[in-house]
Design a protein around this ligand. Structure first.
Ligand code: SAH
Length: 208
């Protein structure tokens, strides 16, 4: 997985490659999928949601440019795999999931791997997690119609980075927003397809 899907496609950060080598992806999928857990695509994790393709997890992690004393927030815990990768690189990870059943399974996977640096909250991640703000990095792993204002506000003024897929329900563009003081600079990266971000500043419940 690391050689063929990541290194060859431009994932060059040695720390990210090491994290992807270390965290066993199959433990974040249902046992029925263990034989396919290292393949080049997303997989279903229940509740109509998916664990992202390995390349997308690596790309988002590399794009976040984290340092080891950074505080990072993830929106969309899902299986917990992306959060586990981040926990390999930084001291403290906060992650929010709207489905309680997925949050519970992610917690079990963290416990199995003896990962204790991840705090999970069940709720709407589009409003962020203000108690622990500001964040050096925020990664949104669901597709959003727009950039939620609370996430912009909860970025560190000192170079905080937000990585978020923005677009319509079927296709998004990965946006990278960097905050310096009260200035937010945006660049765009690859096209991608994520499950919808559902919440106050995302898609509405009726959209799914
Ligand atoms: N990072 C995950 C990918 C999960 S898919 C992984 O590594 O497996 C995206 C997840 O975002 C889904 O589990 C979905 O339930 C969740 N989600 C969607 N809208 C959300 C919201 N407003 N707040 C929190 N989680 C949300």
């Amino acid at each position: 997985m690391v050689e063929e899907q990541l290194a060859r496609r431009g994932i060059t950060d040695p720390q990210v490659l090491m994290a992807m080598r270390t965290i066993p992806r199959h433990l974040f999928t249902d046992e029925n999928f263990w034989g396919r857990a290292y393949e080049d695509h997303p997989l279903p994790i229940g509740q109509g949601q998916t664990i992202s393709q390995p390349y997308m997890v690596a790309l988002m992690t590399q794009t976040l440019k984290v340092r080891d004393d950074d505080r990072v927030l993830e929106i969309g815990t899902g299986s917990g795999y992306q959060a586990a990768i981040l926990s390999h690189l930084v001291k403290k990870v906060f992650t929010i999931e709207r489905h309680g059943a997925l949050a519970k399974r992610a917690r079990e996977a963290f416990d199995t791997l003896n990962i204790h640096s991840i705090a999970i909250r069940i709720g709407d991640g589009t409003i962020g997690w203000s108690e622990y703000a500001p964040y050096d990095g925020i990664v949104v792993t669901a597709g959003s119609p727009d950039v939620p204002q609370p996430l912009l506000d909860q970025l560190s003024k000192d170079g905080g980075r937000l990585v978020i897929p923005v677009g319509d329900r079927g296709f998004q563009q990965l946006k990278i927003i960097t905050r310096n003081g009260d200035n937010w600079a945006t660049t765009e990266d690859v096209g991608c397809t994520f499950v919808p971000l559902v919440g106050k500043h995302g898609w509405s419940e009726g959209d799914k």
